[in-house]
Design a protein around this ligand. Structure first.
Ligand SMILES: O=C(O)CCC(=O)C(=O)O
Length: 301
């Protein structure tokens, strides 16, 4: 069992985030990396056939290949959706990994659902489009969700630091309530307040195997990747399953808001009642439904 220590739980609630060093073994990240390699491979083949790149850049390192492709062909927006249409059983091991769910249990209680959101982030070198301004995730989910506790799990697939675009967090900002944000042309929410004046940002360098947990009200951002490689990461979202526990009216409305945002009912990944936990086929069907409702992948890739 890898539940959090009381001091770690206290730190999460005090700071609004928690890093767990080496929570995962590096081979356990392999499926997430393999999925990326498969999709980048497919993308390269398509561009090559269209005559947009001069070679496939096969054999280039994981964090480098897309940079080289991107030097010859403009990155397609659909690559943002890279892993939304995944149907790779190994990835479900990551989503349901006991080292992750045990820790989440310490923050969310014993009944846990995954929202379906599995986002592969590719932060390209010198690419403003992959910069994320300060935001709270509830600014994306909608106002009602500010009363709900949603945990974001952020998992680096390469070592991340201030050069290649690690995450930045403002400790304690989860206590500021929901800040006003505006969705800009780039489709990202920009917080209207100068949050760096209000709190002190900290950079969160991490290694492969580390995981970061933070709340839907924690202000976070990621800056320009000034390195020459892609910063790859994945992030997922979890929430307490409402079916098995009492909720306040505000939490119920928050949960409905989250459901509206994701357009699917989050699926149970841990429960005191094992028969309630989604099986692999149920998870696969759920992901297919989620992907159909939300994704554009398949149209361009
Ligand atoms: O990975 C990034 O660069 C940004 C991630 C983020 O903002 C999020 O997961 O909410």
């Amino acid at each position: 069992m890898t539940h959090l220590k009381p001091s770690e739980v206290a730190s999460y609630w005090d700071q609004g985030y928690l890093i767990q060093r080496q929570a995962l073994k590096i081979p356990e990240l392999a499926s997430a990396c393999t999925l990326i390699m498969v999709l980048v491979d497919r993308y390269a083949s398509q561009l090559y056939q269209e005559g947009k790149i001069s070679c496939l850049f096969e054999g280039e390192p994981f964090e480098r290949r897309l940079v080289l492709i991107n030097q010859q062909a403009e990155l397609k927006a659909s690559l943002w959706d890279l892993a939304r249409a995944f149907d790779c059983p190994e990835l479900f091991h990551l989503i349901r990994h006991p080292a992750i769910l045990d820790r989440l249990e310490s923050l969310l209680g014993p009944e846990i659902s995954w929202t379906g959101s599995y986002v592969t982030r590719l932060k390209l070198p010198q690419n403003q489009g992959t910069v994320f301004p300060w935001h709270q995730d509830s600014q994306y989910y909608g106002q009602m969700t500010q009363h709900l506790h949603v945990v974001s799990l952020w998992v680096p697939l390469v070592e991340v630091n201030e050069d290649n675009g690690c995450l930045y967090i403002i400790p304690g900002s989860h206590n500021w309530s929901l800040l006003k944000g505006q969705r800009e042309e780039d489709n990202k929410v920009h917080t209207l307040e100068e949050v760096e004046q209000r709190g002190t940002p900290v950079a969160l360098p991490m290694k492969q195997g580390d995981i970061l947990l933070f709340s839907n009200l924690t202000c976070h951002a990621s800056k320009l990747n000034t390195s020459s490689n892609v910063r790859w990461s994945v992030d997922l979202r979890y929430v307490a399953s409402p079916q098995f526990q009492r909720q306040t009216e505000q939490q119920r409305q928050g949960y409905d808001g989250l459901k509206n945002h994701y357009r699917v009912e989050p699926i149970t990944v841990r429960s005191r009642q094992p028969e309630k936990v989604a099986s692999l086929p149920q998870l696969q069907a759920f992901v297919r439904r989620y992907s159909l409702l939300r994704s554009t992948i398949g149209k361009n890739l």
